[in-house]
Design a protein around this ligand. Structure first.
Ligand code: KDG
Ligand code: MG
Length: 396
C-alpha cells in the first residue's frame, strides 16, 4: 500500500483548526490527523504542505514507527512546537489508517482496553469562588467527579487594555501577590461548600517563580487538590525540586513539551505526578505512548492536555490512549463551539463525567470537507497576553 496524496485543510468552525488528510492507493482508505497549534496555525500548515507532504508520497502508510523516525531524526531538524505538531498530525493519520486496515479501533491496536472509559475533568472557571462552586455543582449533576477551578483575581493594577501594544484578542493585568492570596482562599471556600470528595485542580499557567510556586503548593496542601498544574515555567523544570521539597501537593506538567526528553528528568526524579503532554504537540500517539511507558515505571500517571484549541481528532486520540494504558490518571475535557458539529463527526462523547470512543475502526472521527470550507481561517485568533501593572510581559 502507498500514500498517494497528503492534503492540509484549515478551517475555523468557531476556532481555527489545521487538519491533515493522508490518502492511499486503496479506494476510500484515508486517515485524518490534527495539526493545530493555537495561534501559530499557518506555520504548521506550511511545514506540512511545503516540506513534509512531498516526503510522504509513495511511502507505505503501515510503517508508522519508521515514518516517525524518518521525519524526526532522518530530516536533521527536529523538535519544537511547529515540527512536532506537524509530526503528530502525520502520526495520527497513520494510526487512523492502520486501524481502518485492521478493522479495529486504535485502542485495540495499542493493546486493548484496560478500562471502559476515561474519567474526565471539566473546566469550572468563574469570576469568583461562589460562581465556581455553582459551576462545579452543575457539573456534578452531569456526573463529573473532577473539576478545574480558575478564578478571576481582582488586581490592584489599572494598566490599560494593551491591544495597542499586543496583537491579541485581549490582554489582562496580572499581579502575583493578589493571585497567591486568591487561590488558597478559593480552595478553602470550595472545600467548605462542597466537602472533601470533589477532585479539584488548578492550573497556574507557568505564572509563578519557583519560590512563589512553593508557597502556593504549601498553602494548598490542606485542601488536597487533585494536582497543581504548570506551577513554574517549562524552561526551569529543575526548580520543581524546590516545589517538591516544600509541599506534598501532586504536581502536573507537560502541555508545552515537544518530546519525551523534556519529560524524562521530571519522570526519573519523580518531580511530577501527572504528565500533561499534548498528543498534538508531542509527536502523536507513538510518542505519547512511549512517555506513558516511561511514566508507568515511576508510578506517574498520564493526564493528556485536552483544550478546545486542538481538534476533536486529538481528543479522540487522547481517549484511545487513555483506554489502553495502565497508568491513566484523568482526562481534560473541553466544551467546543457549536459549529464544530458541522465539520467533525464521530469524536469522543461524554457520559456521566467519562469520555468514550466508539469501536469504529481507526480513530473513529471524520471530517466533512465541504462544511470545513464554509468556515475560513480566522487570522486574528491569538492567545491573550498578560501584563504586569508596570506594563511588562507576563506568561499566560
Ligand atoms: O493554547 C494554549 C491552551 O491550550 C492552554 O492555555 C490551555 O493550559 C491550558 C489547559 O490546561 O487546558
Ligand atoms: Mg494548562
Amino acid at each position: 500500500m502507498k500514500i498517494t496524496d497528503v492534503k492540509v485543510l484549515i478551517t475555523c468552525p468557531g476556532r481555527n483548526y489545521v487538519l491533515l488528510k493522508i490518502e492511499t492507493d486503496q479506494p476510500g482508505l484515508y486517515g485524518w490527523g490534527d495539526a493545530t497549534l493555537n495561534g501559530r496555525e499557518l506555520a504548521v500548515a506550511a511545514a506540512l504542505r511545503d516540506h513534509i507532504a512531498p516526503l510522504l508520497i509513495g511511502r507505505d502508510p503501515g510503517r508508522i514507527e519508521d515514518t516517525w523516525q524518518y521525519l524526526f531524526r532522518g530530516t536533521y531538524w527536529r523538535g519544537g512546537p511547529v515540527l512536532m505538531t506537524a509530526l503528530a498530525a502525520v502520526d495520527l493519520a497513520l494510526w487512523d489508517i492502520k486501524g481502518k486496515v485492521a478493522g479495529l479501533p486504535v485502542y485495540s491496536l495499542l493493546g486493548g482496553p484496560t478500562r471502559a472509559s476515561a474519567m474526565a475533568y471539566r473546566h469550572c472557571d468563574g469570576r469568583d469562588a461562589q460562581e465556581i462552586a455553582d459551576n462545579i455543582r452543575a457539573a456534578q449533576a452531569l456526573g463529573f467527579k473532577a473539576f478545574r477551578a480558575q478564578v478571576d483575581v481582582p488586581s490592584t493594577s489599572s494598566f490599560p487594555n494593551t491591544t495597542w501594544v499586543d496583537r491579541t484578542t485581549y490582554s489582562q493585568p496580572f499581579e502575583d501577590a493578589p493571585y497567591l492570596r486568591a487561590i488558597p482562599a478559593l480552595f478553602e471556600y470550595l472545600r467548605q461548600e462542597l466537602g472533601d470528595e470533589p477532585l479539584i485542580l488548578h492550573d497556574v499557567h507557568e505564572r509563578l517563580t519557583p519560590i512563589q510556586a512553593s508557597q502556593l503548593a504549601g498553602a494548598l496542601e490542606a485542601y488536597h487538590p487533585l494536582f497543581l498544574e504548570d506551577p513554574i515555567r517549562p524552561e526551569h523544570k529543575e526548580s520543581l525540586r524546590l516545589v517538591r521539597q516544600n509541599s506534598r501537593v501532586p504536581l502536573a506538567m507537560g502541555e508545552l513539551f515537544n518530546h519525551r526528553w523534556e519529560c524524562l528528568p521530571l519522570i526519573t526524579e519523580q518531580l511530577i505526578d501527572y504528565v500533561r503532554v499534548d498528543i498534538a504537540h508531542i509527536g502523536g500517539i507513538s510518542e505519547a505512548r512511549k512517555i506513558a511507558v516511561m511514566a508507568e515505571a515511576y508510578h506517574i500517571q498520564m493526564a493528556f492536555h485536552g483544550p478546545p484549541d486542538v481538534a476533536p481528532i486529538t481528543h479522540a486520540a487522547n481517549v484511545h490512549v487513555d483506554m489502553a494504558i495502565p497508568n491513566f490518571g484523568v482526562q481534560e475535557s473541553s466544551i467546543f463551539p457549536v459549529e464544530i458539529e458541522d465539520v467533525f463527526t464521530g469524536g469522543p462523547w461524554l457520559e456521566n463525567g467519562h469520555l468514550h470512543v466508539s469501536d469504529a475502526p481507526g480513530l473513529g472521527t471524520d471530517v466533512d470537507e465541504q462544511a470545513a470550507a464554509r468556515y475560513p481561517y480566522h487570522p486574528t485568533e491569538y492567545l491573550p497576553t498578560l501584563r504586569r501593572a508596570d506594563g511588562s510581559v507576563q506568561d499566560w
